[in-house]
Design a protein around this ligand. Structure first.
Ligand code: ADP
Ligand code: G6P
Length: 471
């Protein structure tokens, strides 16, 4: 087995299978931010990405992708049901998002979570060089740091949580709360999106284990585990360059024309998820039409909602409710050739997304809770002429950085309606000043600076990664 000095471990591999023109199945690098960010780094060092390739058959043998080795971890149908759909997405996901849907607890799911985490830890142990660095990602794999440390005490282990880490009152509901924290404490550095999450974590560690913990570090088993906020970023320059491309500009003109050249386009782009506040947003928009504040001829809403985790009951219920509501609003307020809502459930390529961002006079990003929300950042990055208004939930991690957005509490329907109108009617000088400030921020704190700051902190001696992270 070939070994690497830098290993990323994530539930998903950063690749998609697509069908080539000759009908063969081919694997391509998926446009995810982490792979883009790590790409230059991973190429300088023999690097491996450990993850699941999708599906529940035997693990496919994958070729290297842009010089990075893909090491596949297989999931059986039971693992997929009980680990991915169950413990990860029907226990942890709702609990970590303020329990906006009821988390479910099943002992069988916990068994699967342990089993799959062990498989990932064993795979990482197998492919990492002596003294190497392993960077574990997200809530699916919270037990991996401790399991890996047992197997390979020589490694430097980082863990980063992309989703929110909840306040102690919520986390304490988890039947296996102590084991989950112990799993994370196997890392040398635990990164969160926001400082509040690091604070929640420290409080829980002192409460459950009675050991000294601050928002910056925890002393455990004679080791120091560092804790901190590292808000995830995007490849700002890449999105800006894409949005500025002449073919993308032409596509945007076409899209606007196809929408009937309205005065205002409101856009939302979400995974179909109950954390995203889709229903609240539809209600606000339909009430503004019913109240006569918004005319469908002048103002259209484009809602992109890609189906996600489709066999999980809460996701099926949400999709049904959203589609019923879109149908109701279009039936009530639309006209032939003039729907009130343009509703799309397809995945788009990056150029099409950039064209959509270009036509959005108001981008409505109103999750009830979100670790970061990359869509909000992508929109800002795409507004290369500094126009457009970002309507942003206070409960998205992005709100901590994008304070010049039009900030809203999506639970407050009247407030949401009012802020949507404010954004629609804003003075262009005001929106330009806000957009410019947000764009500057995102150029300064981009995905490369995120990777550099996280891996720089993980390698506190400075020696191991110095050569890797110097551009
Ligand atoms: P989450 O990680 O919860 O899905 P984010 O907003 O942080 O939410 O990230 C979503 C990512 O998925 C963004 O990079 C966005 O561009 C991408 N995305 C969302 N909808 C689509 C779509 N219809 N087609 C392609 N990519 C999409
Ligand atoms: C969130 C999670 C990611 C996850 C993504 C898509 O961003 O933090 O870990 O990959 O949603 O969800 P999926 O269930 O399709 O992997």
């Amino acid at each position: 087995m070939r070994q690497s000095s830098l290993v990323v471990v994530a539930n998903r591999l950063p690749i998609d299978d697509s069908v080539a023109p000759d009908g063969a199945c081919e694997w391509r690098r998926s446009p995810g931010g982490l792979m883009s960010a790590l790409h230059p780094l991973l190429q300088h060092t023999p690097a491996t990405w450990v993850g699941w390739a999708g599906g529940t058959g035997p693990a496919p043998d994958l070729p290297d992708v842009d010089g990075v080795r893909m090491h596949t971890v297989p999931l059986t149908p039971e693992d997929f049901r009980d680990h991915y759909e169950g413990f990860a997405n029907a226990t942890l996901w709702p609990l970590y998002h303020d329990a906006v849907e009821q988390p479910e607890h099943h002992r069988r799911w916990w068994e699967a979570y342990q089993r799959v985490n062990r498989r990932f830890a064993e795979a990482a142990a197998e492919v990492t060089d002596h003294g190497g660095v392993v960077w574990v990602q997200d809530y699916h794999l919270q037990l991996v740091p401790a399991l890996l440390r047992e197997l390979r005490p020589d490694l430097r282990i980082g863990f980063f949580l992309h989703v929110p880490f909840p306040p102690p009152e919520l986390f304490m509901q988890l039947p296996r709360r102590a084991e989950l924290l112990r799993g994370m404490l196997g890392a040398d550095l635990i990164g969160f999106q926001r400082a509040q999450a690091a604070h929640n974590f420290a409080q829980l560690v002192s409460k459950l284990f009675g050991i000294p913990a601050t928002d910056r570090q925890v002393e455990v088993d004679g080791r120091t585990v560092r804790v901190g906020a590292f808000p995830v970023a995007i490849d700002t320059a890449e999105m800006a360059a894409l949005a500025a491309r002449p073919d993308v500009a032409a596509r945007a003109d076409r899209l606007r024309h196809d929408l009937g050249d309205p005065d205002h386009v409101i856009l939302s782009v979400d995974r179909m998820d109950y954390t995203k506040g889709i229903e609240q947003r539809l209600k606000a928009y339909s009430e503004l039409i019913a109240d006569g504040h918004v005319k469908v001829r002048d103002t259209v809403l484009v809602q992109v909602a890609v189906p996600s985790r489709e066999r999980v009951g809460q996701y099926q219920i949400l999709r049904d409710r959203v589609e019923r509501e879109v149908g109701r609003i279009n039936g009530e307020f639309g006209r032939v050739g003039e729907p009130a809502i343009h509703y799309l459930t397809q995945p788009f390529d990056r150029a099409e997304l950039a064209a959509l961002y270009r036509i959005a006079d108001v981008m409505a990003v109103t999750p009830l809770r979100d670790g970061m929300n990359l869509v909000a950042k992508e929109y800002v990055a795409a507004r290369v002429d500094d126009t457009g208004a970002l309507l942003l939930s206070e409960f998205a991690g992005a709100a901590a950085e994008l304070s010049q957005a039009y900030l809203v509490n999506p639970h407050d329907l009247e407030g949401l309606k009012q802020m949507l109108l404010t954004a629609l009617e804003a003075d262009p000088r005001d929106t330009t000043a806000r957009m410019r400030a947000m764009r500057e921020h995102l150029h300064r704190y981009d995905i490369r600076s995120w990777v550099r700051s996280y891996l720089g902190a993980l390698d506190d001696s400075g020696s191991l990664l110095r050569s890797m992270i110097s551009d």
